[in-house]
Design a protein around this ligand. Sequence first.
Ligand SMILES: [Zn+2]
Length: 338
Amino acid sequence: MREAVLYGPRDVRFEERDTPTILKPTDAIIRMAVTSVCGSDLWPYRGIQPVTQPTPMGHEYCGIVEEVGSAVRSIKPGQFVIGSFFASDNTCPNCQVGYQSSCQHREFVGGAQAALLRVPLADGTLVATPDVPSDELIPSLLSTSDVLGTGWFAAAAANVQPGKTVAVVGDGAVGLLGMLSAKQMGAERLIAMSRYESRQQLAREFGATDIVTERGDEGVARIMELTNGTGADAVLECVGTQESMMQAVRSTRKGGYVSYVGVPHGVELKGEELFYAHVHLHGGPAPVRRFLPELIDLVWNGRINPGKVFDLTLPLDQVAEGYRAMDERRAIKTLLRP
Ligand SMILES: [Zn+2]
C-alpha cells in the first residue's frame, strides 16, 4: 500500500509502506473514503516542528470499516465511520467529562493519507453514520473529523451564545469553521480577522458580519472600534502564534472568553498581563469525539455545509501538490481521494 510520508521540510513522498493490520483486539481497519491535509500538518512540513524520522502523515479520516479486532463490539465491518486524531476509550474519567482528546488511554492516529488506516480503541473512537452517505455529503462528513470539530470546540470553549459578539483570529479552515460554529450557536455579530479575499468571501458565507484585515495591535484597535471600546464577548484563537494569541486576549471584553485551538508555537503569556486582562481562557486539542454525533447529525440533515472549506481536490498520489498548494496559500484545504 502506498501512503504519504514526510521526510523533512517540504519533502512529502507517496511511497510503498506495510499495509496496516489489526495489532490489538480493540483495533479496526478502515478503507478511506477521502482524507485531507490539515493546517497542523504544515508545521512539520515547513520545518517549524522538526521531523526526526520518516513520518506517515494525515489524521483526518472517514470511510468503511474493513475489519475489526476480536474485542470490538459496537463497530462492525461495512459501516461508514468517522473518528478524530486522538483515539479514546470514551469511558475513562477524562472521556466521561467530555475531554476525549485527553483520554487516559489516548493514542494518536497517524498515517491517514493512505487507502487503509488502523484505528485503535475502535468502539470508543469511531462514530458510524446512519447509512453509507452519498458522495456529496462526504467532504462535509470528513470535516467533522478535525477542522469542524476543532472549530466547534473553539466556539463552545469561548462560551458563544445567542446575541453575543464573537471575533475569530485566523482564517484557515479551522477559523472559518469556528465562524460557522459560532453562527450555529447564535452569535449575533461575527467579526472575521482575515486578509485574504477568497477567505473573506467564505467567512461571509459562514455568517461573518464584519471583516477586519488589520493584525496585531492594529487588529485589536479595530475590534475595539467596532465594539465601542469594549471588546468582543468571545474570541476564538485559531492560529497558534504569539501575535494571534495576544490579539485574541486583547480583543476580549472584561469578563469575556478566549478560546485557543491553534497548536501553539513559541507562545508565552505574561502573568501580569493575564492578571489584568480579566478574561476566561480555555482551549487545547479539541475533544472532537464529544461533538461528533451532533456534528454528523447536522451534516446528515443538510443543516450545515462545512465541506466548502475544501477548495482543492486531488487524487491521493498527488498529495505532495496538496501540501504545496496549502503552503503557498493557493488552497485553503486539500481533499485527497484514494
Ligand atoms: Zn478515556
